[in-house]
Structure formats: C-alpha cells, structure tokens
Ligand binder design. Structure first.
Ligand SMILES: [Mg+2]
Length: 308
C-alpha cells in the first residue's frame, strides 16, 4: 500500500545515502575499458569478470568520478546539508575494497559534508530509522532500490545522465512529498498473497524455507544469490530430482511421498511458493511441484534468483 505524505510528518530527518560504484565512481566504465567492451552495459553482463577485475589491488581507489558526480554531491549537500555513503564491498575482498573505497571518498569528497561511510552488502538494513523515519538511497542498481523501498525507504534510481531529475526527486523526498511504501515488521516475511512480482533478500528466502523444514540442507545455493524474486514460473521450466533424476546437481535422492502429494491442495500450492535456482532446479517444494503437475497447472509461484 502506498501512503502519501502531504506534510513532512517524519519524526526525524531522513538520512541521505549515496552509492559509490555506478553512482559517483565510474566502475562500469573502468571495467569496460579493461575488458575492451564498447559500453558498461556490455560489461554488466559479464558479472563474473567484473568481480575478477575488481579484485586487482588499487581497482576501487583508482576509479574516476563519473562526469556528473560533482554536480550530484553539490546538489545533495545543498538540499540535505550532509549525506552518507552506502556502498557494497566486494564479496571476495571485503577489507581491501572497503579500505580503497574509503580512500576514494577521502580523496574526491574531502570538501563535502560526508557524515558517515557505510560498507555493507545489505543496504536495505538502513532503509528506515528506529523511529520509522524513511531514509533516502540514491543508487544506480535497480535491485538495491527495490529492496530499499520494500523495507520502507525512499529510493532514487540514479543515472549519471539524469542528475537534475534525481536532485528534483531528492528535493521532493526531503519535503515529504514522495510516496513511501508502508512497511511493518511482518513485511520481512514472504508474502505469498501478493500477486505482483516482489523482491526478497537471500536471508528472507532462507528464513522462509527453514520455516517449512527445520532441517534444510541447501543453504548455499540460496545464499549464493543476494536478491530473489517471487514470480510465476512455467512448470515446464522447473526441474525436480525425480523428474530428471540422472543429473540433479545437488545429488539428492528424494523419495516422493505420494500420500502427501495427494493431500496437497491447490490452495497449499498458491500459499507456499517453491524455491528454484537459476537453472530451474527446485531447491524447495518438490512435492508441491509434483502436485501442481498432477493437477495440470501450467505455472506456479516460485522464488527464483533475481537478475535485471
Ligand atoms: Mg552502484
């Protein structure tokens, strides 16, 4: 549900968080240059290569600011008075990348009122203050913005070429004029009645699966992907071990309990989405998938890794 604030009713002032890579620092341009790719959008598609290139010592420290980075931080400082940096460190080099990013900020933003530097993979944790005041995130990555908004914050999806639009939106947000997604404690749980595609973190998906099975053994394939989407998936695209029993990558031996399958209702299937990896292998819900097949359904609600 969207609520519209006509006055600034927040109990505190929103904290403005600004992302680094792709927002202030030209990471994709640098990767494209190193990879000989014509454009960063091409480089984005080779995520593994980005991670590899970014592991080189000095990579983050030596990034060039994006053309409008100065204009953005000037504008943010003017509107908000001060701001914070919120950046995700490289998974494989948390300390090295965080140190280099801090050096970058100290070099390029030394004249700006940077209140704090936060390096965290889970940006959405900072979406709201303890008293419920929504914070603002300016970030170039769609899934960061969507998770931020899902957790009650105000997201501004950023492109370096759209600095004026972003600052206008920030102005409205600080005046309390932007819609805020209502968020309650329960929103962190998987909401199976929501028909729209919705994003979840890997921790939320794991919590959901563990709520169904007390002993769950396939944690790694869930934790491997930071963001998941709840969506409709064609049953033909899902693979469960009993169906393709020869090449299950997780080497499972699953004895399907057909008494249990017969008891699964369509309502059960709708209420409890299954979880599948990016190749369609079912990580949780083999019985529900099989029951759906016996009922002749074409598609099923499933949590799958999100890629934009
Ligand atoms: Mg970014």
């Amino acid at each position: 549900m969207k609520i519209f604030e006509l006055d600034n009713k927040y109990s505190s002032r929103p904290i403005v968080y600004v992302d680094l890579d792709g927002t202030l620092a030209d990471m994709f341009g640098e990767v494209a240059r190193r990879e000989g790719a014509p454009h960063w959008r091409k480089a984005r598609k080779i995520k593994d290569r980005i991670d590899q290139v970014a592991q080189d010592p000095g990579f983050f420290r030596e990034l060039k600011p994006l053309p409008n980075a100065g204009k953005l931080v000037h504008g943010v400082a003017k509107l908000a008075g001060k701001f914070s940096i919120l950046s995700s460190p490289l998974m494989s080099q948390v300390e090295q990348s965080s140190d280099e990013k801090a050096d970058w900020v100290n070099h390029y933003l030394r004249r700006f009122p940077v209140e704090s530097l936060v390096f965290d993979h889970r940006k959405e944790k900072y979406a709201r203050q303890e008293d419920g005041t929504p914070n603002i995130l300016i970030d170039d990555w769609d899934s960061n913005i969507r998770l931020w908004e899902a957790n009650g914050g105000i997201g501004i999806l950023y492109r370096d070429t759209e600095v004026d639009r972003a600052l206008k939106k920030l102005h409205y947000a600080l005046e309390g004029l932007l819609p805020v997604e209502e968020s309650t404690e329960n929103d962190s749980d998987i909401n199976t009645t929501d028909v729209k595609d919705k994003l979840y973190t890997n921790q939320q998906v794991l919590k959901y699966v563990k709520g169904i099975h007390h002993e769950y053994h396939l944690e790694k394939p869930i934790l491997k992907h930071k963001t998941w989407v709840l969506t409709n998936v064609n049953l033909d695209d899902l693979k469960s071990p009993e169906f393709y029993d020869q090449d299950d990558p997780y080497r499972r031996v699953i004895d399907l309990d057909w008494d249990h399958i017969d008891e699964i209702t369509t309502r059960d299937i709708l209420r409890r989405p299954v979880v599948a990896d990016d190749n369609g292998w079912v990580l949780d819900g083999n019985h529900r998938v099989t029951a759906a097949r016996t009922k002749g359904l074409d598609s099923i609600r499933a949590l799958i890794p999100y890629s934009q």
